[in-house]
Design a protein around this ligand. Sequence first.
Ligand code: SF4
Ligand code: SF4
Ligand code: SF4
Ligand code: FES
Length: 428
Amino acid sequence: MADQKLIKLKVNDREIQVPQGTLVIEATRRLGTEVPSFCYYPGLSLQAACRMCLVEVEKAPKLQTACTLVATDGMVVRTDTDQVRQARKYMLEFLLANHPLDCPVCDKGGECELQDMVFRYGADSSRFVEEKIHRPEEKWSELVYYDAPRCILCFRCVRVCDEGMDVKALGVGMRGANSVIIPNRGDHLDCEECGMCIDICPVGALTSGTYRYKTRPWEMQYVPTVCAHCSNGCKTTLSIRNHEILRANNRDLSGINKDFLCVKGRFGFDFTNHPERIRQPLVRKGDKLLPVSWEEAAQTAAAKLKAAYDPGGKESIGFIGSNRTSNEENYLLQRLARATFGTNNIDHHRTADYAGLITALGDRAADSLLTMEQLYQSKAVLVIGNDPSNQNPLVAWQIRSGIRHFGTKLFLINSNEIKLKRKASQFV
Ligand code: SF4
Ligand code: SF4
Ligand code: SF4
Ligand code: FES
C-alpha cells in the first residue's frame, strides 16, 4: 500500500526494505534467500511448531523463529551460520526419529517437502537407536487416509480445515512423540471431503483415496487447465498417466484460486473416462441414436437448420449454448447465430438471471464487476439469495479469507440458513 511505512533490515549482509509488520521469513524470501519451513503457510495462522525456520538475529540471546518474528528497523538477520545449519540438522533428525522412511512406496515420494529438506539440510545418519513408534494407517473416508508415522505435526491440515474451509473436522490428539491428527468422528471423518488437507500436507501423511498407490509423480504429465464445474473458473493442473486423469490440484499457486480447489474441482473428473461418455457425434435415425462421423453430423445439423430457416426465416430458429463450454466456444456459437443466420435468438442454460442483473446495473455494469482479488480485499460483502459454499465455492473461500485477513463485514440475505451464516455480521 502506498502510505505503508517501510523499514530496513539486513539479511546475510544484504539490505532490504519491507513494509512495517512483515515477518522475517517473508523478508528473506523477497531477497530470494530460503529459510526452510514446514508449519508456516501464508494465509493461515502462525503455529511455530516445526522450528525449521530458526535464524540468528543480532543481539538476540538465542535463535529465533523467522515465521513468527516481525522484522524491525535496523534488524540484522543471518540465515546461514554454523549454528543455524546445526539447528536445522537437529530438527530434521527429530522429525525422522519415528518416521518409517518408506519413501520408496509413499505417494509423496519425489514431491515431498520433508525429502527435499533432508536432502538439503539434513544429517546423513541418525543417532536414535530406540524402536520407532508405529501406528497402522487409518482410512478416515473414501477420500482421506492418514498415516501417522509420516506426520510431522505441522498442523497445516488442521488450520486449513478450520480457518480456510470453516469445517473444523480435524484436531490433535495425544501428547509429545505420541501426538497424532484426529478426525472429528473418532475413527472417521464427517466433512466436506474437499481434499484441501491432503493437498496442503507437506508429506505423505494424508493421502487421497482416488490417487494413492496409482503412480509416481515423475511418471505423469501435467496439463494446466480451467475447472468447468462452476463459473468461478479455478485454474487447475491435471496429472495424467496413460491417458487417464489421476489427480487435480493447483500446487503451483497460479490462477485466481491460488491453491484452492473445492471437492468438485479436485475430485470431479472421473466422468472423462466413464464408459457411457459420448465420444463421437450421434444422429437420430428412426428411433435410434447412431454414431456418425463429424462430417455427417455437421451436414445433418446444417440440413435441419436450413429446413427450418427456409420457410420460417431467422425468427424460426434459435441456439442454446451451454454453461459447460468455454467463453470462446459460446462466442463462436453466437457468431454462428448472428452472422450466419441473422438471428438474436440465442440463450443458454442459466442458474441465475445474469442478463437481468446486467440490465438493471445499466451504465454501471462494467464498473460493478469484481476480480476475485478485489472480492478478497473488500471491506464489506452483500450476498443475496445465493449459497456460494455450494454454487461458487471459490467465492465463499475468498469471502472467508477476506474476513480473516482484512476484517471484511459479510451481510447475507437468504431464505435458507446457508453455511456462510456462521461468518456473517448480519443475516436476514
Ligand atoms: S477433506 Fe476438507 S473438510 Fe474434510 S477434513 Fe480435509 S480439509 Fe477438512
Ligand atoms: S497430516 Fe500432514 S498437514 Fe497434517 S499435521 Fe501431519 S504432516 Fe502436517
Ligand atoms: S470453485 Fe470448485 S467447481 Fe468452481 S471452478 Fe473452482 S474448483 Fe471448480
Ligand atoms: S516454519 Fe517457523 S516454526 Fe515452523
